[in-house]
Write a protein that binds this ligand. Structure first.
Ligand SMILES: [Zn+2]
Length: 245
């Protein structure tokens, strides 16, 4: 599975190692958990590849990372899920299972929002000020992207229920939607914002596509995309566990 992903360049080498870790964690937790993870990975990678050229043209200059998922990105999206799945199996406490799926629902909602939202187009607006933002800017939301995030959260809640590991689909769905919302809110406030003086362009990259190093102009220095994704999945896990009680 990881080998196939690596071959089709859905993962960088470090990303492949991290995916192997997350995948092994899910496999130890049980085949149902591993299946849920594979469904997440295949659907999200398929969305990333769909109309990749269109997305790259729209947001490639702004976003921190390209199409290949690297180690931190994989761990940021799948780490909380794998940890929760292992705890669910080790302790037989259903709250851990709901938390794990809430984390994955949040990661899915966030990923689908970005992948579908950027291809569908539409003017992204700041989730806080509603001011228009360049496509690809963290914290920018579109109507289509928001709908995609809701469908993504519902999808994982459904898959978890179908596989018999998540018996509180409504709570998992709520975790996914609110986790993704937290991602946008933090992306619009705390996330580090950078600037290239050479091109006078905003970016999330440390080195701009022109080759120049960029500088921090806003947010909390060091609070990058992976950090925001970890918070997104933690909020998803926490909300799902609380709602399920
Ligand atoms: Zn530049």
């Amino acid at each position: 599975m990881v080998f196939v992903a690596r071959t089709v360049r859905a993962l960088s080498l470090g990303g492949a190692v991290a995916a192997l870790l997350v995948g092994t964690g899910a496999a130890i937790a049980g085949w149902a958990w591993a299946t849920v993870l594979i469904v997440f990975f295949v659907t999200s990678s398929a969305l990333s590849h769909f109309k990749h050229g269109t997305r790259e043209a729209r947001i490639g200059k702004i976003v921190e990372k390209g199409n290949e998922r690297d180690a931190f990105q994989v761990l940021a999206n799948g780490g909380v899920f794998a940890g929760g799945a292992l705890l669910a199996t080790a302790t037989s406490k259903p709250a851990w299972a709901v938390a794990a799926l809430g984390a994955l629902a949040a990661a899915t909602a966030d990923t689908w929002a970005t992948e579908v939202g950027t291809v569908a187009g539409g003017l992204p607006r700041s989730i806080i000020s509603f001011k228009p933002l360049p496509a690809g800017t963290s914290g920018g939301v579109t109507v289509t992207g928001t709908l995609a995030s809701i469908v993504g959260a519902a999808f994982i809640a459904g898959v978890g229920y179908f596989m018999g590991v998540g018996r509180a689909p409504a709570a998992i769905f709520a975790g996914g939607v609110l986790g993704s919302l937290a991602d946008s809110l933090i992306g619009d406030t705390l996330q580090e914002r950078r600037w290239c003086d050479g091109c006078s362009e905003a970016t999330e990259r440390r080195t701009h596509y022109c080759g120049r190093p960029t500088r921090v102009v806003g947010g909390v220095p060091g609070a990058r995309n992976d950090f925001v994704n970890v918070v997104c999945t933690l909020v998803g896990a926490g909300v799902a566990a609380i709602v399920a009680r």
